[in-house]
Structure formats: structure tokens, C-alpha cells
Design a protein around this ligand. Structure first.
Ligand SMILES: CC(C)(COP(=O)(O)OP(=O)(O)OC[C@H]1O[C@@H](n2cnc3c(N)ncnc32)[C@H](O)[C@@H]1OP(=O)(O)O)[C@@H](O)C(=O)NCCC(=O)NCCS
Length: 168
């Protein structure tokens, strides 16, 4: 089983530094950003989402650890806020370290997050996932997530904004 352990300040900073190039690379692969400026765009988007860092209200950052040996297997960021008279509980980022994948850690983490969401007063939890990430789509579908909206793009010239190759 896994445990969701709140990140320390240094873990949080390290997680942000890992995420900036990952998010930039994926956004370039997907044709959303140009390579030049992608790192800057990635950093500013992350900082915008968490203006007060680890202490940003309504944002939670946890290391996913193996309960047996206490070792890190991944990380998750989620948000919870009251909006429209309900709690909007959202999984913002889920990452299992490559060497620990396909052992059920993400599924266990999401089941625990469902319990956390209920404790926050939410009656559902949500997340965004790209269709070029079939492993993640398979994971969420298996756990009962259903598609509630679709974001669509149309390329306006060859190689334009069409989705890139599947990302990992
Ligand atoms: C997607 C990700 C979180 C899955 O983590 P994981 O711990 O390997 O997933 P689990 O072992 O809990 O998988 C549970 C089930 O989900 C499905 N699944 C998970 N990864 C899959 C993959 N790469 N291909 C196909 N199915 C997959 C399977 O049905 C799996 O059950 P099985 O192993 O018995 O077949 C992990 O691959 C990852 O961190 N990827 C990079 C970051 C990312 O894409 N995050 C999601 C962004 S929305």
C-alpha cells in the first residue's frame, strides 16, 4: 500500500524544478509551445498555479511512498476549493517514478485521494488527461473516471497545432 506524505519545503522545491522541464517538453511535443520560451512559459504557468508555493491555499503536495519501506515511489498535487456551493476536488498532477510503474501505486494513490476528497466534502473528483497518454487514460477509466468534456484542436497548416507523438 502507499501513503501520501505532505511534502517538505525542499521536496516541494525539487518537485517544481523537475516539473518545469517535463511540462515544457510535453507542451512542445504536443505542439502547444515553441521550443524557445517553453521553459519560461512552464515556470510561469506553475508559479501562477501556486503563487504562495507550498503554502498556496487549497493546494496540496504529497510524496507517494511505499508504506512498507517508506521509500518514495512518486508524487501527487491536488486542489480542493469551494466553488458554486460545492467542493471542486482536482488531481492536478500525478507522477509515478518510472522504475515503480505498473505495480498499482497510482491506482492506490487515487483510491486514497478519493477518501481525502470525501473528507473535504466533495462528491466527485476530477482531473485532466491528454488523449495521447493512453496509459493514464486506461488507469483512470479502470478506476471509474468518465469523460465530462473534450478539448478539440484543428491544425491550420501541416505540422501546425496537431497533437504530437504519444508522450511518456
Ligand atoms: C500514468 C501513471 C501515473 C500510471 O502509474 P502506475 O503506478 O504505473 O499505474 P498502476 O500500476 O496503478 O496502473 C493501474 C492500471 O492502470 C492501467 N495502466 C497504467 N499504466 C498503463 C500503461 N502505461 N499502459 C496501459 N495501461 C496502463 C492498467 O490497467 C493498470 O493495471 P495493470 O497493471 O494490472 O494492467 C504513470 O505511468 C506515470 O507517472 N506516467 C507519467 C506521468 C503521467 O502521465 N501522469 C498522468 C498525467 S494525467
Amino acid at each position: 500500500m502507499v501513503r501520501l506524505v505532505p511534502m517538505t519545503e525542499s521536496e516541494f522545491r525539487a518537485a517544481v524544478e523537475r516539473s518545469v522541464p517535463r511540462h515544457a517538453e510535453r507542451s512542445v511535443q504536443r505542439g502547444e509551445w515553441a521550443p524557445e520560451g517553453a521553459l519560461e512559459a512552464s515556470r510561469s504557468e506553475l508559479l501562477e498555479a501556486m503563487p504562495e508555493g507550498l503554502a498556496t491555499p487549497g493546494r496540496f503536495f504529497a510524496t507517494i511512498t511505499n508504506e512498507t519501506d517508506g521509500r518514495r515511489v512518486g508524487e501527487v498535487w491536488y486542489s480542493s476549493r469551494r466553488h458554486g456551493g460545492k467542493i471542486r476536488f482536482w488531481v492536478e498532477w500525478l507522477w509515478i517514478d518510472p522504475e515503480h510503474r505498473r505495480r498499482g501505486y497510482a491506482a492506490q494513490a487515487l483510491e486514497q485521494l478519493a477518501t481525502v476528497a470525501v473528507a473535504h466534502g466533495a462528491d466527485r473528483m476530477g482531473l485532466y488527461v491528454y488523449v495521447d497518454n493512453p496509459g493514464a487514460v486506461a488507469l483512470y477509466t479502470k478506476l471509474g473516471f468518465v469523460t465530462k468534456n473534450l478539448s478539440m484542436v484543428r491544425a491550420l497548416r501541416p505540422g501546425g497545432s496537431a497533437p504530437g507523438a504519444p508522450v511518456r
